[in-house]
Design a protein around this ligand. Sequence first.
Ligand code: SF4
Length: 194
Amino acid sequence: MLDEAENLFTVTDLKQYMYCPRIFYYHACLPQIRPVTYNIHAGINAHEVEEQRAKRRSLRMYGEIDGERSFDVAVQAPTLGLSGHIDEVVDTGAELIPVDYKLANKAAFHFKVQLAAYALLLEATQIVIVRRGFLYLIPLRRAEEVRITPRLRRIVREALEAMHLIQETEHMPGPTEWRRRCSDCEFRRFCNDV
Ligand code: SF4
């Protein structure tokens, strides 16, 4: 899902790389074999419905926060080589807080990295420090706060470097260490070594 107009990676590319580097490889280097699965459609539909719900939802869902909310915020930072759409951004006046809606029951690590990428994008475009964000878990109707730590920031930058290398060399990375992810992966039939 490269942002071809600007030759930037998208945050979705980054999330896929964190989930399994090989999924990113298939998208970036072999786009013609990209299947579209039920899971992808379900995720897109859930996001559209959730944005409507979120507009009706109280900010109290995120704790003691008061501020102005914006939805589906486009962000782009050529300095990072990255672009994305943030489901929601809360501007309290003192800080910007990105919120990402997830069709998931837990705040998985690759979701936290994705949120950190949104934080870096906001910092690059708005000249602010973003200290935290929220993952809103749609099935649980619960928001989980994520601190944007130096470690998460470093992981985002290292992942972007590795993604550039894969794209330039077209070298297929190894499979994910978490082989349970392979069982319902849309690319399962292309990976003969898992
Ligand atoms: S089948 Fe496994 S190794 Fe292959 S792309 Fe999917 S998650 Fe990665």
